[in-house]
Design a protein around this ligand. Structure first.
Ligand code: HEM
Length: 188
């Protein structure tokens, strides 16, 4: 990678650092946040956990929908290339803006009640992996990792509950998910 060239130019240290950061935040950070969000949600919804244990074909859509409601990747940044009107406001060219996926994926005008678990209805509007030219190239891998993890997890555990008297600790923006999520599991 150190000898890699882009448009005939070797990559600078700054570019390499940015690339490594994208890999680590983009891959490791989002997946670990996702795992904590999925565990937390299922621990609070034992009926759903049971139905997904019985019907693992429903897992891929269920995982995307849980992560729509509770974002593992909060936001990304852009610089506008031209003047644009969004939500009734005009943003000039060259402006630094933040795309808040966590908010867009809970937009009531699109999803209705943002906390309603409706995997089929919400699938096509879900922005979990972004949209457009920067749409997540790791989405198929991420979906496979999370599906296999959940299949194995659901078949191995009989019960999953939040630990009593030990409150979970949410991660702090811009990180999604949990820093600390004590759970009590029993084997199936
Ligand atoms: C649940 C896990 C993941 C989520 C929620 C997620 C989400 C996203 C989103 C929303 C974007 C769009 C960024 C933008 O528009 O600026 C993105 C881009 C990206 N993702 Fe993921 N991602 C996940 C896992 C992964 C994995 C496993 C990889 C690598 C194997 C990966 C690699 C990337 C890369 C390299 C980009 C940048 C693409 C570009 O700028 O053209 N992501 N991801």
């Amino acid at each position: 990678m150190m000898e890699e060239t882009v448009n005939g130019q070797p990559m600078t240290d700054r570019e390499l650092t940015s690339l490594l950061r994208n890999w680590t935040v983009g891959e490791l950070g989002t997946i670990s946040s996702s795992v904590s969000i999925l565990m937390s949600y299922l621990s609070g919804h034992p009926d759903l956990r049971q139905s997904l244990t019985n019907d693992t074909d429903a897992l891929p859509d269920a995982i995307d929908e849980i992560l729509r409601m509770d974002a593992p990747l909060m936001s990304n940044r852009r610089i506008t290339t031209r003047e644009v009107e969004i939500g009734g406001r005009t943003i000039p060219a060259g402006e630094k803006i933040t795309i808040l996926w966590a908010s867009a994926n809970r937009d009531e005008s699109v999803f209705g009640d943002p906390d309603a678990f409706c995997p089929g209805k919400n699938r096509d509007q879900n922005l979990l992996y972004g949209a457009g030219i920067h749409v997540c190239p790791g989405a198929p891998l991420a979906r496979m990792e999370l599906r296999v993890l959940m299949e194995e997890f659901l078949s191995a555990v009989a019960t999953l509950k939040p630990a009593p008297d030990e409150p979970p600790e949410r991660a702090v923006f811009p990180t999604g998910g949990f820093n600390y999520l004590p759970m009590i599991l029993t084997k199936g």
